[in-house]
Structures are given as structure tokens and as C-alpha cells.
Design a protein around this ligand. Structure first.
Ligand code: NAD
Ligand code: TYD
Length: 342
């Protein structure tokens, strides 16, 4: 990698920690600083070995606070912004923290990136900004039609980035990927929740008719795409990242149960998520022109992911205990009660 030093915000979260682990492994000369507020979603365990060995400098700090951003960005040649509030269900309950982190926090980062003249700023965004797709693949010029407060906040961050690229010529790129899965993903999200519930012998709460579709990408493939865009993307441009093989949630749930060795009777159809986006579909040819292509097939990657959760039971049991357990029970009690069919 041509980068001497990078700042990774949100590097203790799911994709951020996988990204940091990949860069540390494959580009040991790159100096890595992680800035992370360690919200409920952040987990220092995800990168503890790298911090302990000195491969990563960790700063606990909040992108909503300009002073923290200023300190962390010192000497960074390239900034990767993974820090965000990310869970759609939480954003439906309460969106203020999403607006603060995903928009205001992004603005703080952009301001200092400009002042400190970083070589490149990389905004990690999502396919959800285009909203639900009714059969059509969205490309990078498609209109933004967010379907929930999370994706609306991500739109705000993206638009501020594009404004900085245009107004101040800040050299930045935006990646918009489809749903990621893999090691270190928080248990509130669909795939880890279903794997760990299955392992605990609990029900798997499927929203609505279970036929909502997502185009799952293995986290390592997304991390490689982000690196490719950072190195070779054009200033001011957006790059969609996707595999192009959407599948219904029900099929994914059945595959998880098969790998965990449980029967489909554990699936419970519950009240649908409010405003639930039916499908996200991306046209992602632009990133392929940069030389990227996914290396991983869904089925073996899912098997590897299930194995990771089996081998790292302590990791997710700690995440799933305490505050999360309370949140989960409050959130799902009602909806589970409304579950009718198995
Ligand atoms: P995550 O929720 O697992 O991790 C987010 C990280 O950001 C956590 O470590 C958290 O502590 C940190 N953070 C949150 N608010 C912060 C703040 N104010 N200051 C500093 N740190 C803060 O999220 P993820 O799934 O790894 O997603 C990373 C990025 O990728 C997000 O921007 C998300 O929108 C985007 N994305 C995710 C997916 C997906 O499927 N997970 C798909 C497309 C895009
Ligand atoms: P999620 O992992 O929350 O990602 P996103 O909503 O950002 O795509 O959910 C993925 C899909 O799984 C989505 O269609 C909602 C569905 N889902 C369930 O059916 N049950 C659940 O308990 C969760 C968390 C998600």
C-alpha cells in the first residue's frame, strides 16, 4: 500500500477492525491510528492483540468532538471513516445519536482533513442511501431515497463529503457497500444474532414474511474494495461495492440453522420492521474497473463465519450479556409475542 500513515475511525467496530487487521497483516509498514469512542458497538477486544503489540495506536475518542479528531488526525496521510451509528432498528427508536455521529461527526472529520491537508479522505457509506430497490439496480448516479433514519443520516454524511469535494477540492472518495458479514460483527445484526441464537437454542426472529433480500458481501472482500478505492479511485467520486447475488432472509436463516445443526422449527416470523426496505440492489461495475472483484463465495464464507462464532463463544457471550441483553429483551419481547408461525 502506498500509504505511510492512516487514521481509521471506528476501527474497534465490525468492518473497521477487520480492515485494521487486514492492513496490519498485509502492509506492516503502514502506521495505523484508530480513533474510536467505544460505544456499545465498539469492542477493543477486536484489535487488542494489535494494540498490545504496538502495531496499532489506539485513541479512545469521539468524532463528535473536534478536539479529539484534531489530535487523532495529526500526521495521518489518509483518513478512513468507519465510525457511525449503524443499526437500523436502533435508529427507528432514536435517531439523535445517528444525526450527531453520522453527519456532525463526518463534518468534523472533513474540516480537519481539509485543514491538515490529508492526501485522501475515504468515507465508508452504504447501499441503503439509495433506499429500497424494486427490481432496478442502483448505480452511483441514482437518487438518494433513504428509507429509515439510519440511512438518512448516512445520506447527510455523504452529501457533506460531496460538498467538501466540490467546494474545497478535498481529495475524497465514498464507498457504498451492500450488507457485510463475517467475524467480529455485533450480535445485534441479522447474521450474528441468528447464529448465536441458534447456538443458544433460542428462536430466530425473522421480520415480516422473511422474503426481504440482501446482497451479502464477506467483510474481507469489502475491505479489499475499500483499499482499492482509496488507492485508485478518482477524487470526488462514489463507488458502489457489491457481489450482485441477493437472497431472501429466510434462505440465509435456513443455511445458518443447517451449519449450526438445528432444525428450521426455530424460525419465528415476527412483526415486520417499520419501513423495512425490501431489497438493496447495486450496479457495481465502477469498482471492478479499479481491478477489484470479490474473492469469496457466499456459502463457504458463511460456513467460515459460523465456525468463527463457534470458536469464539466467549467473545459473543460477553457482547451479548449485560446491557445488550436488556436492550434485546425490551426490543424483541413485544415482537416475539406477536410471532405466529413457525
Ligand atoms: P459497527 O456498529 O460495528 O461499528 C461502528 C464503530 O464506530 C464502533 O467501534 C463504535 O464504537 C464507533 N463509533 C460510533 N460512534 C462513534 C463516535 N461518535 N466517535 C467515534 N467512534 C464511534 O459498524 P460497522 O458495521 O463496522 O460499520 C462501519 C461502517 O460501514 C459504518 O459507517 C456503516 O455505515 C458502514 N456500512 C456497514 C455495513 C454493514 O453491513 N455492517 C454495510 C455498508 C456500510
Ligand atoms: P440487519 O443486519 O439489521 O441489516 P440492515 O437492516 O442494515 O440490512 O438486517 C438484515 C436483514 O435481516 C433485514 O432485512 C432485517 C432482517 N432482520 C430480521 O429479520 N430479524 C432480525 O432480528 C434482524 C436484526 C434483522
Amino acid at each position: 500500500m502506498p500509504f505511510r500513515s492512516i487514521l481509521v475511525t471506528g476501527g474497534a467496530g465490525f468492518i473497521g477492525s477487520n480492515f485494521v487487521r487486514m492492513v496490519a497483516r498485509e502492509h506492516p509498514k503502514t502506521v495505523i491510528t484508530v480513533l474510536d469512542a467505544l460505544t456499545y458497538a465498539g469492542n477493543l477486544e477486536n484489535i487488542a492483540d494489535l494494540v498490545d503489540s504496538g502495531s496499532v495506536r489506539f485513541i479512545k475518542g469521539d468524532i463528535r468532538e473536534p478536539a479529539a479528531v484534531r489530535v487523532a488526525m495529526d500526521n495521518a496521510e489518509v483518513v478512513f471513516n468507519f465510525a457511525a451509528e449503524t443499526h437500523v432498528d436502533r435508529s427507528i427508536e432514536e435517531a439523535a445519536s445517528f444525526i450527531e455521529t453520522d453527519i456532525q461527526g463526518t463534518y468534523n472529520l472533513l474540516n480537519f482533513a481539509r485543514e491538515l491537508k490529508v492526501k485522501r479522505y475515504v468515507q465508508i457509506s452504504t447501499d441503503e442511501v439509495y433506499g429500497s430497490s424494486a427490481g432496478k439496480d442502483f448505480d452511483e448516479t441514482s437518487p438518494l431515497r433513504p428509507g429509515n433514519p439510519y440511512s438518512a443520516s448516512k445520506c447527510g454524511g455523504d452529501l457533506m463529503c460531496l460538498a467538501f469535494a466540490n467546494t474545497y477540492r478535498l481529495p475524497l472518495v465514498i464507498t457504498r457497500s451492500s450488507n457485510n458479514f463475517g467475524p467480529y460483527q455485533h450480535v445485534e445484526k441479522f447474521i450474528p444474532l441468528f447464529i448465536t441464537n441458534a447456538m443458544e437454542g433460542k428462536d430466530l426472529p425473522l421480520y415480516g414474511d422473511g422474503l426481504h433480500e440482501r446482497d451479502w458481501i464477506f467483510v474481507e472482500d469489502n475491505c479489499r474494495a475499500i483499499l482499492a478505492v482509496a488507492e485508485k479511485g478518482n477524487d470526488g467520486e462514489v463507488y458502489n461495492i457489491a457481489v450482485g447475488k441477493s437472497q431472501p432472509n429466510l434462505r440465509v436463516a435456513e443455511l445458518i440453522l443447517k451449519h449450526v445443526g438445528k432444525t428450521n422449527s426455530r424460525i419465528v416470523f415476527i412483526e415486520d420492521r417499520k419501513g423495512h426496505d425490501r431489497a438493496y440492489r447495486l450496479a457495481a461495475e465502477k469498482v471492478r474497473v479499479l481491478g477489484w472483484a470479490p474473492r469469496t463465495e457466499f456459502a463457504p464464507a458463511m460456513e467460515e463465519t459460523v465456525r468463527w462464532y463457534v470458536d469464539n463463544r466467549g467473545w459473543w457471550e460477553r457482547v451479548k450479556s449485560g446491557a445488550f441483553r436488556e436492550y434485546y429483551e425490551k426490543q424483541y419481547k413485544d415482537k416475539l409475542a406477536k410471532g405466529k408461525t413457525k
